[in-house]
Design a binder for this molecule. Structure first.
Ligand code: NAD
Length: 487
């Protein structure tokens, strides 16, 4: 029996106003293991009255506690303490995430366990370095203007299940660094790890009400996003939900950051060292069993080396160990839910029906009858107009598309409703940078893909609006106020 089935987490309270409070909702939510298909934990549901209480607590923290008025240094010290508290429970957090949604522990350890503390420390140093006020000579004068950076207010981070801790922290860390208060709404599939974050905030002495956690699904998310007490929404999730949230925020004139889906391209150039490229593609294309928004799931190969690339990618996919995600040797775990697997399998069927050739995978792995596993699958002879090349599959399914020259490769990469990420694989980094400059997308990796906490991350087109991370990510939680002085 996989070791992760021994975990059973039961939470009975919501984290509101610095306190653990019983929910007013009658029901609880059960989290099901994607490996055993049995319960691994339980959390209370959230009723609208609980969301009201959480938003009120966040507002109270901004108006009645000194939090929003603290200088950058004091706030940064609190964020560092928060990071320390998260680090102390990093291993357990990684185990919880793996138990909830099946992320291989080799990924959840560094990304979900220790990663969020790194994000907090990055924004702590940014809070230290960013003055709250600056004085500028007025143009054309006379006088001086004091430009103030003030917190945008109560922020609602609404997050998905695929990287639950790190994506939550992409929002919470800059929000707190800017002096905001947050009401976090995790995905129901990964509600348990959100309480780890609440435990750490409490242990770190983050002032009451600055961090609140409510649970629930789409309805709770929709109620929170439209709540009159919320000043900004920070959403990561599907393009469909992002559009719905964007419409609400547009009507309310409420700022929103929307990090949505992707269908990114890996352009393999004819000079690429395939051995090196394939090792990098394992991370760039199949991380978290393909349930990664920035995954380069369309591999564009020069026609002159098409067969070679298809074979190399197929060998890579076939070599990845599929199985119990709590085993450190596992590279591909189960998909997060039965619904997610059904969706991925329907895309595999669509690929076959559209005439694509399966070079490896295409079914369920032998010997893993229980759990929501799908074999890493590679399709060749795919046209960029095919469903499997256009829609986000969000599973371990790659398509390899041929191109004739670099101009056509860039055109195919850009011929997508999405524009979140991409990669270029070449033995000449300058050439890779030149191609990256031409791609219409939010981020590009040359010979690897690694999110830089100090640089803006986000997408164009159906991949969303706004940026997280870097100084640009902090600016998304700041309102600027100009005070005109005569002298
Ligand atoms: P989802 O959109 O179904 O749900 C995301 C979160 O939003 C959940 O907490 C959900 O309860 C809530 N929600 C759903 N509909 C809502 C609504 N109308 N109003 C308010 N809240 C609502 O997404 P998911 O299935 O949990 O996650 C997978 C998706 O997330 C994929 O499309 C993936 O590409 C995307 N994603 C994007 C990024 C990025 O940075 N661009 C990162 C990770 C995942």
């Amino acid at each position: 029996m996989p070791s992760e089935t021994r975990l059973h987490y039961r939470r009975e309270h919501l984290f509101i106003g610095g306190d653990w409070r019983p929910s007013t909702a009658p029901g609880t939510r059960t989290v099901i293991s994607p490996v055993t298909e049995q319960p691994v934990g339980e959390a209370p549901d959230t009723a609208p009255a609980d969301v009201d209480a959480a938003v009120a607590a966040a507002r109270q923290a901004l108006t009645a506690s000194p939090w929003a008025l603290w200088d950058g240094e004091t706030r940064a010290a609190a964020l560092d303490r928060f990071a320390d508290a998260l680090e102390r429970r990093a291993e357990e957090t990684a185990r919880v995430v793996t138990a909830e949604m099946g992320m291989p522990i080799s990924v959840s350890g560094p990304v979900e366990g220790t990663g969020p503390a790194r994000t907090l420390r990055y924004f702590a140093q940014l809070a230290r370095a960013t003055p709250q006020e600056e004085r500028r000579p007025a143009f054309p004068g006379p006088g001086t203007t004091v430009v103030r950076r003030e917190p945008v207010g109560v922020v609602a981070p609404v997050v998905p299940w695929n990287f639950p801790q790190s994506l939550t922290m992409f929002k919470v860390a800059p929000a707190l660094a800017a002096g905001c208060a947050v009401v976090v709404k995790p995905a129901p599939e990964t509600v348990l790890d959100a309480f780890q974050l609440a435990d750490a905030a409490q242990e770190a002495g983050i002032p009451d009400g600055v961090v609140n956690v409510v649970t629930g699904g789409r309805e709770t998310g929709a109620y929170l996003v439209a709540h009159p007490g919320v000043d900004k929404v920070a959403f990561t999730g599907s393009t469909e939900a992002g559009r719905a949230i964007g419409e609400v925020c547009g009507r309310l004139l409420r700022p929103a950051t929307l990090e949505l889906g992707g269908k990114s391209a890996a352009i393999v150039l004819d000079d690429a060292d395939l051995g090196q490229a394939v090792r990098g593609l394992a991370w760039a294309c199949l991380l978290n069993s393909g349930q990664t928004c920035y995954t380069s799931s369309r591999i564009l190969a020069p026609r002159s080396r098409y067969t070679e690339v298809v074979d190399a990618v197929a060998d890579l996919a076939a070599s990845l160990r599929v199985g119990d995600p709590s085993d450190p040797a596992t590279r591909v775990g189960p998909l997060a839910s039965a619904r997610q697997r059904a969706g991925v399998e329907s895309y595999i069927d669509a690929g076959l029906a559209g005439g694509a050739r399966v070079v490896t995978g295409g079914g369920r792995p032998a010997g893993l009858e229980r759990g929501w596993f799908v074999e890493p699958t590679v399709f060749a002879d795919v046209d960029n107009s095919a469903v499997v090349a256009r829609e986000e599959i969000f599973g371990p399914v790659l398509v390899v598309i041929p191109y004739d020259d670099v101009d056509q490769a860039v055109a195919i990469a850009d011929d997508s409703p999405y524009g979140l990420a991409g990669t270029v694989w070449t033995s000449d980094e300058d050439k890779g940078l030149e191609i990256a400059r031409r791609m219409r997308t939010g981020t590009v990796g040359v010979n690897f893909y690694n999110i830089d906490l100090g640089a803006p991350f986000g997408g164009v087109k159906a991949s969303g609006l706004g940026r997280e991370l870097g100084p640009e990510g902090l600016a998304a939680y700041v309102e600027h106020k100009s005070v005109y002085l005569r002298s």
